[in-house]
Design a protein around this ligand. Structure first.
Ligand code: HEC
Ligand code: HEC
Ligand code: HEC
Ligand code: HEC
Ligand code: HEC
Ligand code: HEC
Ligand code: HEC
Ligand code: HEC
Length: 242
């Protein structure tokens, strides 16, 4: 008797289905198919991993002084190991080695480099102009990062102007030649402001043809630029670019 073609095809299909059922039943491990076994075995796997972090509270058992400082400062929300890395070995046995301390400058900008997607008001700086070349921890204690003292240099806050001036022909003039600055301006900048030049005579005292200062190029202040203020044409922090 001849088996009809369609029966043969059906047999092939049935065979494939049967094979698939047997495969899933006996060859795929139960931990993949059965949710209960799956959960138990992944819990086991995670638990057997080596513990690396000591947790947010362990460190203060021995470093209470630092924790006391940190918990009232700006970094109160950061755990010690966010900066020092996983330190459980050290916490269990301090003689086994010291945790890493991120002293280099490139560390802090990971959180503080200006990035428009960060929330407004989050303290951000532009590392290339915020006191470049010095490690952050020379001025900020990482456990209490307020600026520790009144900054000596104007560039701590006016870095862009400082950098512009440094490349200009006025590079050698101190900021205070043109702005007399009360010390309190550096503590409460918005409450006390430095002076700014007010008249053409101010610039003319170095630049007028009759002025005694030798190294400054001369113009006839009586006529040059007519009645306009000098800084309507010359940016005082980069005077070459008229
Ligand atoms: C059981 C006490 C103990 C615990 C807990 C402990 N430390 Fe220490 N830690 C010490 C001692 C002691 C030293 C000083 C080691 C030395 O100077 O040789 C030290 C030193 C350090 C240093 C100095 C490294 C350096 O370069 O000078 C850091 C950073 C530090 N610990 C971080 C941590 C952190 C983070 C934790 C929590 C995960 C922690 N410690 C938990 C006892 C402890
Ligand atoms: C924002 C990052 C940051 C956090 C958070 C932080 N540290 Fe530090 N820690 C540093 C840096 C950077 C230094 C190196 C300071 C230096 O050399 O002047 C340091 C130094 C230390 C030192 C050794 C020098 C010292 O000042 O005695 C210890 C101990 C220490 N940290 C423990 C801790 C503990 C404990 C915590 C949590 C309560 C913590 N740190 C949180 C960044 C951090
Ligand atoms: C894991 C992210 C993180 C790291 C790393 C970090 N900071 Fe901060 N920093 C913060 C947070 C969060 C605040 C608090 C922001 C707030 O109060 O809104 C803060 C606040 C500050 C402030 C604010 C002071 C003010 O006047 O507003 C300074 C300065 C500062 N950090 C310096 C540092 C320095 C220096 C380092 C490196 C040693 C550092 N930070 C590393 C997250 C970080
Ligand atoms: C030469 C000292 C000095 C160095 C080095 C320095 N800072 Fe500052 N930083 C200051 C002073 C001063 C202020 C306060 C300026 C102000 O209030 O506007 C400040 C303010 C900040 C602020 C707060 C800005 C805000 O908008 O409130 C952050 C964040 C900060 N610094 C992070 C850093 C980081 C990160 C580094 C290293 C890459 C660093 N600083 C290096 C002196 C320094
Ligand atoms: C602690 C940060 C800080 C330091 C340090 C600082 N300034 Fe300022 N300065 C400011 C801020 C903030 C303003 C903006 C005030 C405003 O517009 O309300 C300002 C404004 C000024 C102005 C403009 C005043 C005006 O009327 O528009 C001048 C000029 C000035 N600063 C010069 C200086 C000089 C020169 C130094 C150094 C001797 C200096 N500043 C140091 C923060 C600072
Ligand atoms: C040659 C004189 C001169 C020197 C040097 C000088 N300034 Fe000025 N500065 C001016 C004049 C003039 C203005 C007013 C410009 C205006 O009103 O358009 C001014 C304006 C400012 C302002 C107000 C904002 C702005 O950009 O117009 C700040 C802030 C400032 N100066 C900071 C500084 C700092 C910081 C330094 C040193 C790095 C410095 N200046 C050096 C002459 C000077
Ligand atoms: C109306 C615009 C304007 C005003 C206002 C103005 N200047 Fe100029 N100044 C110029 C221009 C444009 C040049 C470039 C001329 C040139 O390169 O030949 C110049 C050139 C100069 C030079 C360079 C001369 C040299 O030999 O290199 C000095 C110095 C100068 N000005 C100082 C001043 C002083 C000081 C004041 C205020 C008393 C002032 N300027 C006001 C437009 C002005
Ligand atoms: C304390 C003296 C002094 C004062 C005040 C001063 N300058 Fe100058 N200025 C100089 C000197 C010095 C140079 C040239 C430096 C060099 O090239 O070696 C100069 C250069 C210049 C130049 C020439 C730029 C060029 O490329 O030719 C201009 C423009 C200028 N100053 C404008 C001003 C203006 C505007 C003011 C007032 C806001 C001012 N200066 C105040 C000393 C001064």
């Amino acid at each position: 008797m001849k088996v009809p073609e369609q029966i043969k095809r059906l047999a092939v299909v049935l065979f494939v289905i049967l094979a698939a059922v047997l495969l899933t039943r006996y060859l795929i491990p139960a931990s993949v198919v059965d949710p209960r076994v799956y959960r138990a075995s992944s819990a086991q796997r995670e638990v057997s991993k080596e513990i690396k972090f000591a947790g947010a509270t362990t460190c203060s058992d021995c470093h209470d002084d630092i924790n006391t400082k940190k918990k009232v400062g700006f970094h109160k929300g950061l755990s010690c190991e966010t900066c020092h890395g996983p330190s459980v070995k050290h916490a269990e046995d301090p003689s086994s080695g010291k945790p890493f301390a991120p002293r280099e400058r490139k560390f802090c900008p990971q959180c503080h480099e200006y990035n428009p997607s960060r929330p407004t008001g989050f303290p951000q700086i532009i590392p290339t102009i915020h006191n470049p070349l010095k490690p952050c921890i020379t001025c900020h204690n990482p456990h209490d990062p307020v600026p520790p003292q009144v900054p000596r240099e104007c560039s701590a806050c006016h870095a862009q102007i400082e950098r512009t001036k440094a490349l200009s022909r006025h590079a050698l003039l101190e900021c205070t030649t043109c702005h007399s600055t009360p010390t309190r301006h550096k503590q409460l900048p918005r409450s006390v402001k430095p002076t700014k030049p007010e008249s053409r005579e101010f610039c003319a005292k170095c630049h007028d043809t009759g002025a005694s200062r030798k190294d400054a190029p001369k113009v006839d202040a009586a006529t040059h630029g007519s009645r306009f203020l000098c800084w309507e044409c010359h940016y005082p922090h980069m005077p070459g670019e008229a």
